[in-house]
Design a protein around this ligand. Structure first.
Ligand SMILES: [Zn+2]
Ligand SMILES: [Zn+2]
Length: 363
């Protein structure tokens, strides 16, 4: 009898990667670890295109690691589980968001705010594993291996492509609304109607808030109303904002282009809160009067912890909320990046990973 062949130490994985800030994404084959005792192997079905994928692929935030396989809005099916896994079984739907591990021992990790890990957050791509050496590769790929504690359960019954953006855009807009207890009867402003903004509108309106969208493009008004907003304000001129000054309990600012925060702070009522979730390339100037008048708060928020992300997915399933998406084959990723930069997508591109097989066949 022949000895069984030793198990291959790694899993050959197909994906798309970029090799420098100025290169295009191209087919790329790489190795992932075999699932360990606590890992699940997920066959990726869809991955959303987040604006931060573009920033990082082009090294616009600095420190990018190449080759880079972007993608942190991942949904798929579990195809293998480690011996100690208890929360997943083969065939389960699963999701992966912006990080795949953290130190697990700092106060933030222990409290379920792993995204603010004090030691080392293992981001899904453009980062390193806990050894701080092995690069991480994201969701523009055929499969991913993730510890079950950092894997989300995707409720059945939702259209899977539309679920993918919940893993970043969804949790990014859900978490601050929850932290500041925004709900029924409150007046909520959403600045910018893109990938993040459209989720903010859906979530806030589902919770009974009265939602106003602020956008530079008048053509988005019908969409804003259809997504659940009551009002729409075109923000071409400062005067457009004067009628609503001091009217809002909570504003979520999703815009990543440089813009004047003071204009929006001025819309908050007494002790109103404005949360930034977009990242602009330059620091913003904030006048003290914009804050001390009415005792306002300017806050920031970054994605959410694992427990909260699961809560968000379950909430979305219960309320039938998903992202509005345009599904593309991976061969169209360069075009999708250009259109995302122009805001020409309603409201998120999602890559259908079946198209990777076509890439491998040379079709
Ligand atoms: Zn993202
Ligand atoms: Zn930690």
């Amino acid at each position: 009898m022949q000895a069984t062949e030793p198990k291959k130490q790694t899993l050959t994985t197909r994906g798309y990667a970029t090799s420098s800030p100025t290169s295009q994404l191209e087919p790329f084959t790489f190795e992932r670890r075999q699932p360990g005792p606590h890992d699940v192997l997920i066959e990726i079905q869809y991955c959303g295109i987040c604006h931060s994928d573009i920033h990082q692929a082009r090294d616009e935030w600095g420190g990018s690691i190449y080759p880079m396989v972007p993608g942190h809005e991942i949904v798929g099916r579990v195809t293998q589980i480690g011996s100690e896994v208890t929360g997943f079984k083969e065939g389960d739907l699963a999701g992966v968001g912006c990080f795949v591990d953290s130190c697990r021992v700092c106060a933030n990790c222990k409290e379920g705010s792993e995204q603010y890990c004090e030691n080392h957050l293992v981001v899904t791509y453009n980062g390193t594993e806990k050894d701080e050496k092995t690069p991480t590769y994201g969701g523009y790929s055929s499969q991913i291996v993730v510890d079950e504690n950092y894997t989300l359960k995707v409720p059945a019954g939702l259209p899977l492509a539309n679920v993918a953006p919940l893993l970043c855009a969804g949790i990014t807009t859900y978490s601050p609304r929850r932290r500041f207890k925004v709900g029924a009867g409150q007046r909520v402003g959403v600045v910018g109607l893109g990938g993040l903004g459209h989720m903010a509108v859906k979530l806030a309106s589902s919770m009974g808030a009265e939602v106003t969208v602020f956008s530079t493009s008048a053509t988005k008004e019908p969409d804003a109303i259809a997504l659940g907003a009551q009002k729409f304000v075109v923000t071409k001129n400062v005067e457009d904002l004067l009628p609503v000054a001091g009217k809002f309990d909570f504003i979520i600012d999703t815009v990543s282009a440089v813009h004047d925060l003071n204009l929006y702070l001025n819309l908050l009522n007494r002790e109103g809160v404005m949360v930034l979730v977009g990242v602009s390339e330059k620091p913003a100037e904030v006048a003290a009067f914009s804050l001390i008048s009415n005792g306002r708060t300017l806050a920031g928020s970054m994605i959410g912890g694992i427990r909260e992300t699961q809560e968000m997915l379950d909430y979305c399933a219960a309320n039938n909320i998903t992202s509005d998406v345009e599904v593309i084959p991976i061969q169209k990723v360069a075009e999708a990046y250009e259109r995302t930069i122009k805001g020409d997508v309603r409201y998120r591109f999602v890559i259908d990973m079946k198209s990777l097989a076509a890439a491998a066949d040379g079709n």
